[in-house]
Design a protein around this ligand. Sequence first.
Ligand SMILES: [Zn+2]
Length: 254
Amino acid sequence: MRPYILAEANWKHIHDHPIELAILPWGATEAHNYHLPYATDVIEADAIAAESARLAWEQGAKVMVLPTIPFGVNTGQTDILLDINLYPSTQKAILSDIIEVLNRQGIHKLLILNSHGGNDFKTMLRELGVQYPKMFLTTCSWFNTLDKSTYFDEPKGDHADEMETSLLLHLRPDLVLPLDEAGDGAAKKWKVQALREGWAWAERKWSQVTADTGIGNPKAATAEKGKRYFEDVTQKISGLLVELAKLDMTELYE
Ligand SMILES: [Zn+2]
């Protein structure tokens, strides 16, 4: 039993070990090019949360990883078979129920560890923060924690790309098809300049942007790259967990 993973912990243990920080990993279930499993974002969320929590636990941080939510916002992929969409309003309802439990039971710090680009919890946390003023609510997307260009030849992809393929080759190579069966992840660009440059936003109609559902060429992916990136991501996130767990909520600013 890993004592910082709720799904493995028992009540005997939970009963005598106070928890400072709950961690809620949140993934998605969606196509990832031809070669990666639908649970790619869930596998990444599970592994990154568990390893980051292990590192934090070893430094004395009282953290607890809740089970990963397996469905995310896939509103741009309505025509991609078995991409399971949760609306943001549904996510907020789930989050609200979880926060209500934590708040009632005196676990006043929560980190949502996001694993999917379509999920966006900031506006929800603004609302829920008003409803639960004792809670300290934070969110972090692990894929934004490091500069990908120092790890990967093609860092510009953002879905089933070299980074995600390398991670899966490290974490679950048994679920990755040979890379010669993967599409090239070629993606069309917006016609509108501001959208192309990223300073205006609109949702992409995924199936019109990419033929294989991937964005970013996965061909240069290796398990070694994935291992190095995984170790550095989890090291960095464990630092956040330690800081959050120790944080005095009456002294947030300096
Ligand atoms: Zn993904």
